[in-house]
Design a protein around this ligand. Structure first.
Ligand code: NDP
Length: 241
């Protein structure tokens, strides 16, 4: 029987590409989303991937969501923590709620979603956790103190958990995408994209969501069993660590 993969925020943008790529690689995929019913339903209709609504910033909802998927599809063996948000502001104007919302989804969401499936992965001596961090968690970004802190936290979480999972056949890795051509990025005015953003990217273009998705498929595979605690940069050469 094929493995079950759960992708948080798996109905739009990078997450949708990850869900589709994992399905293409033979996984039974469940895609979570927060509340955009129209997009989630359209995604499910087109791909045949079942979608499940809950908020990753709420622990009880994540535990219930994981239980629902395990009952419907079987144990979650691959978890992709992809759901993420931005609430950008310069720090002197940033409100406590802008800080808390971002940290609650982007960082606490990783605890909330990984914890309910972790014991099962340990019991079965197999698991793959892939966390979608960001280039801005590696280098910092002005106007994104909240986002950069949360995404840097994702990397620390990845490194610590990798050490705990290693003896139990569980790998935990992070991917740090740079500028990816999702709806959000493509909505930036063309002039800004062409004159300010793309010139920062040595390969001379935005990344494609599918390019991040292929990294996930590799890290989820048996072939990647010796890779854990790593941070994979997918940023067109924009930043090296
Ligand atoms: P999108 O905004 O296109 O999609 C976000 C997805 O996450 C949607 O499915 C959304 O559900 C879901 N989501 C948002 N909040 C929650 C929540 N609280 N609980 C459950 N699901 C939630 O995001 P991107 O594809 O642009 O980004 C995906 C990930 O990649 C994020 O972690 C982001 O930080 C990271 N990233 C993105 C980059 C880029 O260039 N786009 C660059 C670097 C990193 P719904 O549709 O219901 O709102």
């Amino acid at each position: 029987m094929s493995r079950v993969a759960l992708v948080t925020g798996g109905t739009r943008g990078i997450g949708a590409a990850i869900s589709i790529a994992l399905k293409g690689a033979g996984y039974r995929v469940a895609a979570n989303y927060a509340g955009n019913e129209e997009k989630a339903q359209a995604f499910s209709d087109v791909t045949g991937i079942p979608v499940f609504k809950w908020d990753v910033s709420d622990y009880a909802s994540c535990a219930a969501g994981a239980a629902t998927i395990e009952e419907a599809l079987g144990p979650v063996e691959v978890l992709v923590n992809n759901a993420g948000i931005t609430r950008d502001a310069m720090f002197h104007k940033m409100t406590p709620s802008q800080w808390n919302e971002v940290v609650n989804v982007n960082l606490n969401g990783l605890f909330n979603m990984t914890h309910p499936v972790w014991s099962g992965m340990r019991d079965r001596n197999f698991g793959r956790v892939v966390n979608i961090s960001s280039i801005n968690g590696q280098k910092g970004q002005m106007g994104q103190a909240n986002y950069s802190a949360s995404k840097a936290g994702d990397i620390g979480f990845t490194k610590a958990l990798a050490q705990e999972g290693a003896a139990k056949g569980i790998t935990v890795n992070a991917i740090c995408p740079g500028y990816i051509g999702t709806e959000m990025v493509r909505a930036v005015p063309e002039k800004v994209l062409n004159e300010r953003i793309i010139p920062q990217i040595p390969v001379g273009r935005l990344g494609e969501p599918e390019e991040v998705a292929r990294c996930v498929v590799f890290l989820a595979s048996d072939d990647a069993g010796f890779i854990t605690g790593s941070t994979l940069s997918a940023n067109g050469g924009q930043f090296f660590v």
